[in-house]
Write a protein that binds this ligand. Structure first.
Ligand SMILES: [Fe+2]
Ligand SMILES: [Fe+2]
Length: 233
């Protein structure tokens, strides 16, 4: 039963189509997944009952296409080691590839469209550089330090808990940059005179951001939660 006290992360865990809904609503379901429907409504300055109804409508109508693409159900059932493998393949590799592909494209459209869209593209170029640095360094920390520690530790040591908390802080920092990108581009809207490269770059950026949201949700709300509950064996 959904109500104003339902947590956003529980809605996403129960129905992955909610990821599409919350992206559309510009609601942060990954780092702020612990927020209730009422808290989100308050932040958005809307009636919480109306938001509950919108969520219920969305669940009732569903979206089979999105369900095929985004499936957390299998992920939730994995053991910690399998979750880590899945994250490395499905998200770290994918996002590294996207960052690598977007970087020169963004540089190209900055140069070609500088006369008309220089101000926005300069800011975007700078925010993307910040995000790239943040994510690449974060992935290495996970792969080289924290994930191996999580696999090795039989009991929850203070050291490993601290490392997991550091990752959660990194996630918030990445999300802050992403929020600025979303605001700057009004959710990846291209100008009327955008060329094919411009459109392609924004499409890739959107793909990257959506993937990071799911990635962070899997880590924060499923894997780290499972690890803290000592269910990792
Ligand atoms: Fe990760
Ligand atoms: Fe992470």
């Amino acid at each position: 039963m959904i109500g104003i006290h339902t947590k956003i992360e529980d809605l996403v865990k129960a129905d992955t189509n909610m990821i599409v809904f919350f992206n559309k609503e510009k609601t942060d379901f990954c780092c702020n997944g612990h927020m209730t429907v009422e808290e989100v409504a308050k932040e958005k300055n809307i009636d919480p009952i109306i938001l509950v109804r919108k969520i219920q409508d969305r669940i009732d109508t569903g979206n089979s296409k999105a369900k095929e693409i985004i499936d957390l159900y299998d992920f939730k059932e994995l053991r910690i080691g399998e979750m880590i493998d899945s994250i490395l393949i499905d998200h770290h590799k994918k996002e590294r590839d996207l960052l690598f592909e977007i970087d020169p494209l963004l540089n190209k459209i900055l140069s070609v469209h500088f006369a008309r869209h220089g101000e926005e593209l300069m800011k975007l170029h700078s925010l993307f550089a910040d995000l790239k640095k943040e994510l690449e360094e974060h992935f290495v920390k996970e792969e080289e330090i924290t994930f191996p520690l999580m696999l090795e530790n039989e009991s929850l040591s203070r050291e490993v808990i601290k490392k997991v908390e550091e990752l959660e802080t990194d996630h918030e920092e990445a999300e802050d940059i992403i929020k600025e990108i979303i605001e700057l581009t009004d959710w990846f809207k291209v100008p009327k005179d955008a060329c094919r490269s411009y459109i392609h770059t924004f499409d890739l950026l959107e793909e990257l951001v959506k993937d990071v949201f799911v990635h962070i949700f899997k880590e924060n709300s499923i894997m780290f939660e499972k690890f803290r509950n000592k269910e990792r064996k």
